[in-house]
Design a protein around this ligand. Structure first.
Ligand code: ZN
Length: 330
């Protein structure tokens, strides 16, 4: 009989940060890139323990320490919201460490976990090989026969009477699933709803190429709202319990960004990226963010040119179609 984890345990090492969200449900700070409040993983400590998002390989040792600390000696499932390296990068490492675990991932993302070279190379084109290795670490393949390919409507068992439900939610990436837990009402959205840090200054869209699609996203955000979640579990970072508000806010921010970037069409990439950063950080500043928090937002948003190019690519694909005005589009 293993001991139930108590978040108030006095023996907890200072760098281990676990928040209990419901019975046997925890949020773990993955300490991504050595920083607090950058990446949340969610853990069901049930009969069939399940971890949502593997994090990058550079967070793997830390996550293992946290699992040890909670008393998890075996995972049944590592469920990756999407295969971007900050979410799926350590999937192969987890598969190696827990030889009986399954790795569950959107069917489009599955080949990238089995053969990570293409994913690695395309990400390295954005960040540079050395930076990528230092930032997120090496991926190792997940054996084909250990992967469960997820589709819309799938149910994933955690060993309780109620399974987790899988929603196919493109918009941030075509290989993105959202996980809904009808029992707690928790909805784990990966990067679909955007970035939302716990300092309380609101949501920032997360719009990388090549898959960013605001129309698809809008449809998914409304579908998520219709399930009336009790909280939205962001990957970056943590839960928001005003779920309906968060989903509406996300839609508004996305279309504001699209309009803003459309208005920057004449500027070269570097100037437009800077303008996007200035505008976004100014919004956080006027919402009350301190200088230190603004530095965090700037770092945590990743590459502004990446967000810019994701939106520009989508605008370009629309050709002569009107860009904004979502009402009758979804
Ligand atoms: Zn991410």
């Amino acid at each position: 009989m293993r001991q139930r984890y108590d978040p108030g345990m006095t023996t907890r090492p200072a760098h281990i940060d676990v928040t209990q969200l419901a019975d046997r449900l925890y949020m773990i700070d993955a300490q991504m890139e050595g920083m607090a409040e950058r990446l949340s993983c969610y853990l069901y400590d049930t009969l069939e323990p399940l971890l949502i998002d593997a994090g990058p390989a550079t967070s793997f040792d830390h996550l293992c320490q946290v699992l040890d600390h909670i008393g998890i000696d075996a995972l049944a499932t590592i469920l990756v919201t999407h295969v971007h390296i900050d979410h799926g990068g350590a999937a192969g490492h987890f598969a190696q460490r827990f030889p009986d675990a399954r790795v569950a991932v959107h069917h489009v993302g599955a080949p990238h976990l089995a053969r990570p070279a293409r994913l690695w190379n395309s990400t390295a084109r954005i960040y540079g090989e050395e930076t990528l290795r230092a930032k997120w670490g090496e991926m190792i393949p997940v054996p084909n026969d250990r992967i469960d390919a997820l589709f819309e409507g799938d149910a994933v068992s955690i060993g309780t009477p109620t399974d987790l439900q899988i929603l196919d939610t493109p918009g941030h990436a075509k290989h993105h699933v959202t996980i809904f837990d009808p029992e707690s009402g928790g909805m784990y959205v990966g990067d679909t709803v955007g970035l939302c840090y716990p300092h309380g200054h609101g949501i920032q869209p997360n719009t990388p190429p090549p898959d960013f699609d605001p129309r698809a996203l809008t449809g998914q955000l409304r579908r998520m709202a219709s399930l009336d979640p009790s909280f939205v579990g962001f990957a970056h970072f943590g839960p928001r319990h005003d779920a309906q508000q968060a989903l509406v806010e996300s839609e508004e921010r996305i279309w504001e960004w699209v309009s803003l970037i459309e208005g920057l069409a004449r500027l070269p990439e570097d100037e437009a990226s800077r303008a996007l950063a200035v505008d976004t950080l100014e919004r956080f500043r006027s919402a009350g963010a301190s200088t230190k928090q603004l530095t965090f937002y700037d770092t945590a948003s990743g590459r502004w040119d990446m967000h810019l190019s994701g939106v520009r690519r989508w605008i370009h694909q629309q050709g002569a179609r009107p860009i904004t005005g979502t009402e009758d589009e979804v």
